[in-house]
Design a protein around this ligand. Structure first.
Ligand SMILES: O=C(O)CCC(=O)C(=O)O
Length: 279
């Protein structure tokens, strides 16, 4: 599934898309599964609450987080052998699994301002990796991922205030003049793998009738010794937990704010140690 071309592209750009990792029937199953879960309950991590009458589409369909802790379908997906094979090929050894998320991103929803995942996970040494499965066709209209190619070689940047009318998180990172932000067009079943230092995010879903659902796993390099408290326990790719140290300063991946929420300026003094050790 993973080729030498994928690995080369990943090393150069900090991300790579592997096409059709999951079949149409599997994608349909995941869409139905999470839509049913969302419609029938509230779960740990529903920090913004669920309000089906809200004018904010993200309050009608808030993201789910850490589902693998209470949902076997999510756990099994997180440690799926195909994801493991791709990440092992990219990293040179098996990763550990630390987080699942489901983004519904319905029509009209805000995106998530540009950021670096290791700002939140604080993996040391090394960095984290995301596996981002498209459950819908993703394009610029419905708020596909946006990345800054090559930014995986950057340190973790200090954050600035984000535009909370366009982002459900309040912090972003400044992009140097001349750096390209590239839209990532994906088909359902494609998986994008990306490095924890890669600057990425998404713009609003400007459609009136399309979701942009995605199932996301976060992983850490198999030689990591520390990760932020929010991500414990880390799991081996056979699902068994392991003991890692707590990295200071870690936090939940992107903290929700209202559209008119007070800006929250966070400054990172965090330095990535050897983020390219495996590249
Ligand atoms: O799906 C998005 O819009 C953003 C996801 C993201 O930032 C992540 O998976 O780290």
């Amino acid at each position: 599934m993973l080729t030498a071309e994928h690995k080369h592209f990943y090393d150069q750009n900090g991300y790579v898309i592997v096409k059709h990792v999951f079949g149409a029937d599997e994608v349909a199953f995941y869409r139905d599964h999470y839509m049913r879960l969302r419609a029938t309950g509230t779960y740990p991590g529903d920090d913004a609450g669920v309000d089906i009458g809200s004018a904010d589409p993200l309050k009608r369909y808030p993201r789910m987080i850490h589902m693998h802790r209470w949902d076997d379908t999510s756990l099994n997906w997180m440690i799926d052998r195909r994801l493991n094979a791709c990440m092992t090929g990219l990293l040179g050894r098996e990763p550990y699994a630390v987080q699942t998320m489901l983004y519904f991103k319905p029509a009209g929803a805000r995106g998530q301002a540009l950021h670096q995942d290791n700002y939140y996970l604080r993996v040391q040494p090394g960095t984290c990796m995301a596996a981002w499965l498209a459950l819908d066709s993703c394009d610029e209209a419905n708020g596909c991922l946006q990345v800054v190619p090559g930014s995986h070689t950057w340190p973790i940047l200090c954050t600035t205030q984000a535009d909370t009318t366009r982002s459900f998180t309040s912090v972003t990172v400044p992009i140097p003049p001349g750096a390209e932000t590239r839209p990532i067009i994906m088909d359902p079943g494609d998986v994008m793998f990306f490095n924890g230092s890669l600057v990425h995010g998404s713009f609003p879903n400007t459609t009136t009738d399309r979701f942009r659902r995605s199932l996301i796993g976060h992983y850490i390099q198999g030689d990591a010794e520390q990760v932020g408290r929010w991500y414990h326990p880390a799991l081996r790719m056979d699902g068994t937990p392991l003991e890692l140290d707590v990295s200071p300063g870690g936090m939940q991946c992107g903290v929700w704010v209202e559209q008119d929420g007070q800006p929250e300026i966070e400054v990172s003094g965090f330095v990535v140690v050897d983020s390219n050790a495996k590249e």
